[in-house]
Design a binder for this molecule. Structure first.
Ligand code: SAM
Length: 492
């Protein structure tokens, strides 16, 4: 019956019986997959976990499925995990289109979730909060849907908290982000555990599903949790993950491998890889595939422009950026043009105009960092430092944008911070009295100056001030530490 399900793939023909108006990020086939798994695969031998519930669409699909399953009982629960916060512009737009409301990045989305799942509320157990802090204490998991592994640290948490509760021969891990370019850590982790998993759904929209068929090796899980892979290993695992897929379902994962190569700054390999992928690309690309391809092309083009510029061929760099702008006028391409023009004799006015265009079109989360990041990318460290300082001066909000702080630290890493940095922190400390970001800037400055005791103390101060765990995880990873280790090391 189960293998029939994976062979007959009812999700292709038979959609999830939920209202078309339900707002969410799932494609039609994956929404139907979730429904059919809950309806025909789930036996009530473990729970269903909906990790990354967003506005409730995946929960609705699972709930509709269990309602159609004779195993539904009074204690049946679907466990929903999310921090219910707006993380990106896509969410801002979905909420505007779906509910007619204007929200901003950082706002709560919980009311929309509650509204959309109201009819199924008694079937759901909601775990609201940063998933970095989530703990699983609800026994075996039969279906684990993962749409929350948006960073390596979140991916580690999924493996750490949930994987020990999977049952051999029964449990499914359903990765909604598998056919995406941005999260190669998911492919690396699943491939590293490939001896224990069988690929049962190679692709339904962006999703792939795996069944646990053999005990998980605790040492392998530990390495995944610690994200302890060298670059070559990651690339090799990614290659094997691609080979595991049927040839007609490899395209996006091949592009994800190219993104991994970009992260590792292996741009020549990336270029050859892109030529190979293009040579066998499907004749008709779906909209998602076309976006994935454009993303990778953009990453490579932007690298090439900065590279040509660094070699002194500014005219060619300008020609390439103009070609990119003609294809798609992204804020980043405008920013690249502004930087090239600003550093060219006859370009001052045009540079100002290009910069204004970059800032006008930049999404809010990029607004403060776009120019500084671009200058840093071109190796113009002084210019980047000046831009970051100017942006920090200009901030009128009551909290410090985290990505601007990260950019400041990136500048410090390129140019060892002097006494100016202490003055700047003094000033920020007075302006943002209760902001943990200031403590964490102090911690990172101390770390760069090899004063580990001060780094620990400031990191601890940020945690004590209520700084978010998600943020601390990323910062402390650069010290090779976790928040728990910092707390332990600085407790009396
Ligand atoms: C792509 S959405 C999930 C889509 C959803 N499954 C659906 O059916 O439409 C990813 C979700 O991950 C959540 N998320 C991202 N980072 C998180 C974190 N650190 N803790 C908890 N949730 C997080 C976001 O709030 C978002 O709702």
């Amino acid at each position: 019956m189960t293998s029939d399900l994976f062979a007959s793939r009812p999700w292709i023909e038979s959609p999830a019986p939920i209202d078309d108006s339900v707002v969410g990020m799932l494609g039609q086939h994956e929404a139907a997959l979730f429904y059919h798994l809950a309806r025909s695969y789930w036996r009530g031998e473990g729970t269903i976990v909906d990790a990354g519930s967003f506005l409730g669409k995946s929960a609705r699909c699972f709930a509709a499925g269990v309602r159609a399953n004779p195993k539904l009982g009074p204690t049946t629960r679907i466990h929903c995990f999310d921090d219910f916060r707006c993380h990106d512009l896509l969410t801002v737009n979905l909420v505007r289109e779906g509910f007619g409301d204007e929200i901003a990045i950082g706002d709560s989305t919980q009311t929309y979730f509650d509204r959309q799942v109201a009819g199924d509320a008694e079937l759901l157990e909601v775990h609201a909060g940063d998933f970095h802090d989530a703990e699983w204490q609800n026994g075996p998991i039969e279906i684990l849907m993962v749409d929350i592994a948006k960073s390596p640290s979140l991916g580690s948490r999924v493996v750490e908290q949930f994987f020990p509760h999977l049952t051999v021969g029964r449990s499914l891990v359903v990765h909604q982000d598998y056919h995406h370019v941005w999260l190669p850590h998911i492919h690396v982790a699943m491939e590293y555990l490939a001896d224990s998993f069988e690929l049962v759904v190679p692709r339904a929209d962006d999703t792939a599903a795996f069944r646990l068929v053999a005990e998980l090796d605790p040492d392998r899980m530990r390495r995944i949790i610690a994200n302890d892979f060298i670059a070559d290993e990651r690339v090799e695992l990614m290659g094997r993950a691609i080979d595991r897929l049927p040839t007609d379902k490899r395209f996006v994962v091949q592009l994800a491998r190219l993104n991994l190569l970009a992260e590792l700054e292996r741009f020549d390999d990336m270029r050859h890889g892109l030529a190979d992928v293009r040579a066998v690309q499907p004749s008709q690309l779906s909209p998602n595939e076309a976006t994935a391809l454009r993303t990778i092309e953009d990453i490579l083009d932007m690298h090439d422009i900065a590279d040509v510029y660094a070699r002194g061929d500014h005219e060619r760099a300008l020609a390439v950026v103009d070609r990119v702008l003609a294809r798609e006028a992204t804020p980043r391409a405008h920013a690249f043009r502004a930087v090239i023009l600003a550093n060219r004799d006859a370009g001052a006015d045009a540079a100002v105009a290009a910069r204004a265009e970059a800032e006008r079109t930049a999404p809010p989360e990029l607004r403060h960092t776009l120019m500084g990041q671009t200058e840093l990318r071109f190796g113009l460290v002084d210019a980047a430092q000046a831009t970051v300082r100017q942006q920090l001066q200009a901030i009128s909000a009551d909290s410090l944008p985290a990505n601007l702080c990260d950019l400041l630290v990136a500048v410090w890493k390129r140019r060892p911070p002097t006494a100016d940095a202490d003055e700047l922190l003094e000033d920020l400390g007075q302006r943002f009295v209760t902001d943990a970001e200031v403590d964490w800037l102090r911690a990172r400055l101390a770390f760069l100056r090899e004063d580990a005791a001060a780094a620990f103390a400031h990191a601890r101060a940020g945690l004590d001030r209520g700084g978010e765990t998600r943020r601390a995880v990323d910062l402390l990873a650069s010290f090779q530490l976790t928040p728990a280790a910092v707390r332990a090391a600085t407790s009396n």
